[in-house]
Design a protein around this ligand. Structure first.
Ligand code: G3I
Length: 302
């Protein structure tokens, strides 16, 4: 078991969790969220379908609840996410061309405006790459080609100049075709003066599969002049708790080894509430007891 809270050891990097008020009725979950972590990402509550279910009609009830929870518990917030191909409400899916561009800008300015000054970082664009390193075809590319990315970052900087602006993706943790496509994009955006501050590496792993070049890859992005962060870490490991624990420690050590790696966020807290619950991917079990992974995280942080 762990002797105290992750957050007490998080002196060099932050340690966060994806949190949802859906599970706040479970007192164990709620107390682990506030006691263990010093950063929070809303798991679903700041996505487009949650915040703007109909055009121009914004719903902030659940996002507000999480931001309030974070303030009460002295946690910072990563906003997630403003432009994504998934969880797009049907009204938005039916827009094209400049109408979609205007809706995107309006969405960014409204949502970021609501929390202006109160959010540490935003995932401005999420999961825009294919596995081969080309841009994913979506309503966004259909309306604006690759230009939607720069437009989104510019709108985001205007909406909240103090928030760190991130691009976020999965399967980009090692050096591969997808991460190299992203690397080339970030380099191009920086050259063009587009306001991008960071790259988020989701890190949805399986025990035994953490890329051995994770640190090297984080460092090559940092060398472009951006912050990097592990944003959605979970490690499928049913029946492999020791390997899972080793892997959690490895990811934290790799972040600590890169001076521009600002923090690690775990995509959930207790196994049973995970989006991939059957793989037991999280540091706390279904009853909220610390697993070997929790001990390893605590050890790696100090
Ligand atoms: O809230 C409704 C509920 O009213 C309804 O009865 C129920 C029936 O299916 O669905 C509920 O919504 C679900 C929501 O999670 C809340 O539980 C959605 O169907 C479901 O699609 C949604 O899944 C989320 C998924 O993103 C899609 O948005 C997961 O919780 C969330 O963990 C996952 O997170 C993503 C990141 O945002 C981006 N990176 C990958 C990561 C894992 O897929």
């Amino acid at each position: 078991s762990i002797s105290c809270a992750f957050r007490d050891h998080a002196n060099k990097i932050y340690i966060g969790a994806a949190v949802s008020p859906t599970y706040f009725s479970d007192a164990t979950y709620q107390s682990l969220a506030g006691a263990q972590f010093n950063f929070l990402t809303p798991e679903n509550e700041m996505k487009i379908d949650a915040t703007e279910p109909s055009q121009g009609q914004f719903n902030y009830a659940q996002a507000d609840e999480l931001v309030q929870f974070a303030q009460t518990n002295n946690m910072k917030v990563r906003g997630h996410t403003l432009v994504w191909h998934s969880q797009v409400p049907s009204w938005m899916q039916s827009l094209t061309g400049t109408a979609l561009e205007e809706a995107m800008k309006n969405h960014i300015s409204n949502v970021m405006g609501r929390y202006k000054g109160g959010i540490y970082a935003w995932d401005v664009v999420n999961e825009v790459f294919n596995e081969d390193g080309t841009l994913r075809d979506s309503i966004w590319t259909q309306a604006m080609q690759s230009g939607f990315i720069a437009t989104a970052f510019q709108a985001a900087r205007e909406a909240d100049p103090n928030a760190k602006l991130y691009i976020n993706d999965y399967n980009i943790e090692g050096v591969n075709a997808k991460s190299t496509g992203l690397y080339n994009l970030v380099q191009e955006l920086k050259t063009q003066g587009v306001p991008i501050d960071g790259v988020g590496f989701q890190a949805h792993f399986t025990a035994g599969s953490v890329p051995t070049d994770l640190q090297t890859n984080l460092q090559r992005f940092a060398d472009l002049g951006v912050d990097v962060a592990i944003t959605e870490l979970d490690i499928g490991g049913a029946g492999q708790e020791a390997q899972q624990a080793t892997d959690y420690a490895t990811v934290i050590q790799d972040c600590l080894a890169v001076s521009r790696c600002v923090g690690v966020t775990i995509w959930g807290i207790m196994d049973k509430y995970s989006w991939r619950a059957s793989t037991n991917p999280l540091p706390f079990d279904d009853n909220g007891n610390a697993k070997a992974a929790a001990t390893a995280i605590e050890g790696a942080l100090q």
